[in-house]
Design a protein around this ligand. Structure first.
Ligand SMILES: Nc1ncnc2c1ncn2[C@@H]1O[C@H](COP(=O)(O)OP(=O)(O)O)[C@@H](O)[C@H]1O
Ligand SMILES: [Mg+2]
Length: 359
């Protein structure tokens, strides 16, 4: 186990600045998720930690040691990638054993360690198969076993679940979480899937264009997004974002009129999550429009109304029914958080002051 410190690291590919200068400390034993859309620099950041990519400037410290000039094999890191990277001509046993063999561990010790690790990821019945005889989930478990067999100080995982089908992804997510609880190894995990990030992470670093725009616990990333980008990226369905202005303590847009505790200003974006809205019958509702669509998700119905150019979505009860184009009214549930952002900078405004009022 070890702390990882990135100090003013920067990465350029020729003239292209992939990761602008920034610092990040990953606490010993934590599960840190780098989250962001494709191309935002997640893999680059991880490959720099691994030593697979040179850093243009800055320092990387692992367990207090500067490792800038250390090759990957001397950093005591194990990696799991999206495409598993298993050796097809080797059995499961040989694949898992390989890192131990590379490090010259005695044969009897290797066998014991492989057995112990295989049991941990429930592969002990499959040790004599080859990767081609395994399902995607089983292959991913072999890749995982090969990473943990050596008991490294650090795990680096780059979208390890993205090749699996949706159901398996959820199962493997729970397995990864359990494994981290059991081993306590400092883990850096890369994903573009916000649900994966929220469920796995002790802290999430949300990245955009190479930059970390928010570093926080999943709870705070959800409840207090730092800017419009994070607000729109986290949550499913996404947070409703409505452009308007504040006049006399009321946020105003076409069909929308919501009291807020922020002084008058133009160019404001109000954010409210679908799960924080309820459908009400009153005519003087804070959000008014016409029903645009109903989507039953199983345990709830996503209700979308249109007002002017804006669509607003609320998560309503599963049995909600109404005619399309009928008048439709929403209000924030009592006590929920209303978010306000500056439209130009995208930054959150007075995070704590903007509180929803009881409907
Ligand atoms: N070897 C490379 N040469 C030039 N540009 C690269 C190279 N690797 C990555 N990039 C660029 O750096 C940016 C970040 O890439 P990457 O870290 O792979 O993003 P992510 O993993 O978040 O999808 C992208 O714009 C990508 O095109
Ligand atoms: Mg990537």
């Amino acid at each position: 186990m070890a702390e990882i410190r990135l100090v003013d690291i920067e990465k350029k590919y020729g003239n292209f600045l992939a990761v602008p200068k920034q610092s990040l400390t990953i606490v010993d034993g934590e599960f840190l998720v780098l989250l962001g859309p494709s191309g935002c620099g997640k893999t680059t950041t991880m490959r720099m930690i691994a030593g697979l990519e040179d850093i243009t400037s800055g320092d990387i410290l692992i367990g207090g040691d500067r490792v800038n000039d250390k090759p990957p094999k001397d950093r005591d890191i194990a990696m799991v990638f999206q495409n598993y990277g298993l050796y097809p001509h080797m059995t499961v046993r040989q694949n898992i054993e390989y890192p131990l063999k590379l490090r010259g561990m005695a044969k009897a010790d290797r066998a014991a360690r492989v057995q112990e690790t295989a049991e941990k990821v429930e592969l002990d019945a499959l040790l004599d198969r080859r990767p081609s005889e395994l399902s995607g989930g089983q292959r991913q478990r072999v890749a995982l076993a090969r990473a943990i067999v050596r008991k490294p100080r650090i795990f680096l995982m780059d979208e390890p679940l993205s090749n699996l089908d949706a159901k398996l992804r959820v199962t493997m997510r729970a397995e990864l979480k359990h494994l981290h609880h059991e081993l306590g190894v400092t883990t850096v995990y890369v994903t573009h899937d916000q649900m994966e990030a929220m469920t796995l992470a002790s802290r999430v670093a949300v990245m955009r264009e190479g930059r970390i725009v928010q570093l926080d616990t999943p709870k705070r990333i959800y409840s207090e997004p730092a800017d419009l980008f994070v607000a729109g990226f986290i949550g499913s369905p996404s947070m409703n974002l409505i452009e308007g202005a504040i006049r006399g303590g009321v946020f105003t847009a076409q069909g929308v009129s919501l009291p807020v505790t922020v002084s008058d200003r133009d160019d404001v974006v109000l954010g409210v999550r679908p799960e924080d809205l309820e459908i009400i019958q009153r005519d003087e509702a804070p959000i008014q429009g016409r029903l645009y669509a109903l989507e039953l998700t199983g345990d709830s119905t996503l209700v979308t109304l249109r007002t002017g150019k804006a669509s607003v979505c609320a998560r309503g009860p599963a049995d909600f029914e109404a005619e399309i184009n009928a008048p439709c009214h929403f209000a924030p549930k009592p006590g929920v958080r209303i978010h306000l952002f500056d439209r130009t900078s995208g930054q959150r405004i007075d995070g704590d002051a903007a509180q929803g009022t009881a409907a």
